[in-house]
Write a protein that binds this ligand. Structure first.
Ligand SMILES: [Zn+2]
Length: 157
């Protein structure tokens, strides 16, 4: 039999014994003390743009499908601030609309407006860009003018 070890409950801070590492002494403390998982940007987009996100989360297939669409959208528009500012076009049942041509055009227009609203304007200098996310973003947002002139060509590939 495994040896009991002493742990302190992260919720009620009472010491308790357990044969394996545990953070909470009881299921009650677990449910009260467990941190809610931070909302991902995918989740945020689904909760914001869809009419009935709860129904989506209940349905495993639907949530996988919508998370996939959200991921595609984020690849194009990685800035969370954009998604926060975006006015939903209508109460959609699915993000399919946003990945289809009409929706893509809508996002493009909104992104251009969003870019124009940004202060200070999107930086042109990318020499200091770090690896990873920053680099991807700076590549996508060279300048608003470029975006307006060439954005459509690039995105219709
Ligand atoms: Zn406890």
């Amino acid at each position: 039999m495994a040896k009991l070890k002493r742990f302190e409950c992260e919720y009620c801070h009472q010491p308790f014994l357990s044969p394996y590492k545990k953070k909470f002494c009881t299921p009650v403390c677990l449910s009260k003390g467990r941190k809610k998982p931070e909302e991902t940007l995918n989740g945020f987009i689904i909760n914001k743009l869809l009419k009935n996100p709860k129904a989506i989360w209940k349905d495993r297939n639907a949530s996988l499908r919508e998370m996939g669409f959200a991921k595609k959208l984020i690849e194009k528009y990685p800035l969370k601030a954009f998604w926060v500012a975006l006015p939903p076009k209508f109460d959609a049942e699915s993000l399919t609309w946003y990945v289809a041509p009409q929706g893509r055009a809508y996002l493009k227009i909104e992104y251009a407006k969003f870019g124009l609203d940004l202060a200070p304007p999107i930086r042109h200098n990318v020499s200091n860009a770090k690896l990873g996310e920053d680099k991807v973003m700076s590549k996508k947002t060279t300048s608003i003018k470029d975006f307006l002139n060439h954005g459509s060509e690039k995105e219709n590939n």
